[in-house]
Design a protein around this ligand. Structure first.
Ligand code: SF4
Length: 479
């Protein structure tokens, strides 16, 4: 079991109205909306993907009242609301703020913290990540400098099973045995050659110091680097800086050098290749059951969200007359009741489900249109918004993905243009709209292994072939 933080998390100020530092980072947030062809778009930060019932309700209300009713899951476990009316930011904040989804205006775009979705639920890993999650989020929202992190900066909290390793995070904390934790900097392909071992209780502090050290390095020496992987000299110098900062804070920190840049070869727990929780009933944790489902192409319609929300067990804090909950750092202290965990693979895990009712509730979720069977032809299929929502798109990729994707073991992602917004990490098939039709590629271990351009009619056949292809030697550019 992970140790709880020994220092109290810093409570962020809801009154904080310091202007957002604009570094040319155009990522939208909850307060800064992006104008798309289907209306304004907001991205709501959901640290660790964890939503309590009252937060799920607030998101559903915001989508229904101000947007197109749907909730779009992102590849960082956050939620995107689309079809919003321009200028609805204030009303959006009034709905999300009291539910704890806007703990600091100043840090609202510092939103990317992912965490092992099955932590504490299936008997694998080293236990519950919520103590790390609330400590880190409290520290990030209480820091005087982290508001300058770009909307792309990613923290990953791994319970030791290795499922976060392939997500290309800037800062990865991995739980180890006997109250230890490992900190690694930089994405997998070009990550640190060293890992830093710290006592588990100080892991969130290590992550915060890493982000602050990066900001200082990027500002002083490298201009506009948004990600640790963009540092020209790599992250090793930064790792040394973090060790110095930890020791200055009185924390025992031990750097262990590696001789390669791959995450799987630095010291620490083994790295799993298979990451996404499969659809099904999850058992083996402390108590009760959890339900793992996938959202078809990452989109959850209003009625589906309502079904998910109702599936969560009733909790006392939802009772009428209760005061509105406080931000995550306080709300998440509650141990009882269910929560909804959004995964970076556009899935959802519902916790706190009575084991005796798990199968019945799973059937209800399936009847609502969510993916509950790993063998579903829709499992592993994703697409960007495409036409008509995005002017840059060359095709209605969501319609094409639905019509042209045959089943297969490799995930497939359809993009309307070369930007490939929201494409997943890891081994996959990419089908990118081009003037001729689609370019279908197989990506394994971060490299393109094969690629073919086809007209639209031929896309289904090439995607079928690609989804069932065997690993081959790399042939093309790194992606
Ligand atoms: S990948 Fe291209 S078409 Fe798709 S949402 Fe992004 S910019 Fe638009």
């Amino acid at each position: 079991m992970l140790a709880a933080m020994s220092t109290a998390p810093v409570r962020p100020s809801a009154q904080d109205t310091t202007p957002i530092r604009d570094r040319g980072d155009a990522c939208p947030g909850t307060l800064r909306l992006h104008e798309a062809d289907d209306g304004a778009l907001a991205r709501v930060r959901v640290p660790g993907g964890v939503l309590l019932p009252v937060q799920a309700e607030a998101l559903g209300t915001a989508a229904r009242r101000l947007g197109d009713g749907d909730l779009h899951l992102t590849s960082r476990g956050n939620v995107q609301l689309r079809g919003l009316e321009a200028g609805c930011g204030r009303e959006l904040a009034e709905i999300l703020g009291p539910a704890g989804l806007l703990p600091s205006h100043r840090h609202e775009r510092v939103r990317n913290i992912v965490a092992s979705p099955l932590a504490g639920l299936d008997g694998h890993g080293h236990g519950d990540l919520r103590p790390w999650l609330r400590a880190l989020d409290g520290m990030v929202c209480g820091s005087d400098s982290t508001h300058a992190l770009s909307g792309r900066f990613l923290f990953a909290l791994d319970d030791g099973r290795g499922d976060m390793a392939g997500l290309g995070a800037d800062v990865t904390l991995t739980a180890g045995a006997h109250g230890t934790a490992w900190l690694r900097l930089g994405p997998g392909e070009r990550g640190s050659t060293a890992a830093v071992q710290v006592p588990s209780a100080y892991a969130p502090l290590a992550a915060l110091l890493a982000a602050e050290a990066f900001l200082q390095t990027a500002a002083v020496r490298h201009g506009r680097a948004w990600r640790i992987g963009e540092l020209p000299d790599g992250p090793d110098e930064l790792t040394d800086d973090v060790v110095r900062r930890l020791r200055a804070a009185g924390v025992t920190a031990r750097a262990t050098a590696g001789d390669t840049g791959t995450m799987s070869q630095v010291p620490g727990p083994p790295v799993a290749r298979s990451s996404a929780p499969q659809p099904g009933v999850v058992t083996g944790g402390r108590c009760e059951a959890a339900l793992s489902v996938l959202a078809p192409m990452g989109r959850i319609e209003a009625a589906q969200w309502e079904t998910l929300r109702k599936t969560l067990r009733e909790t006392p804090r939802e009772s009428p007359g209760e005061p509105p909950p406080e931000p995550l750092v306080s709300v998440a202290d509650r141990e009882e009741g269910g929560e909804l965990r959004l995964t970076p693979w556009r899935g959802l895990v519902l916790t706190g489900v009575p084991a005796a009712r798990a199968d019945e509730r799973m059937r209800l979720l399936g009847a609502a249109g969510l993916i509950t069977d790993p063998a579903s032809p829709h499992a592993g299929v994703g697409a960007c918004i495409g036409r008509p929502g995005c002017a840059a798109s060359l095709a209605d990729v969501r319609a094409d993905a639905a019509a042209l994707t045959p089943p297969g073991p490799l995930p497939v992602y359809w993009s309307g243009c070369e930007r490939r917004c929201g494409h997943p990490r890891g081994d996959r098939v990419e089908s990118v709209a081009v003037p001729e039709g689609y370019r279908v590629s197989v990506v394994r271990d971060g490299q393109v292994r094969s690629t073919v351009t086809t007209d639209r009619a031929g896309a289904a056949g090439h995607v079928a072939q690609a989804r069932t292809s065997r690993p081959t030697a790399p042939t093309a550019v790194n992606r």
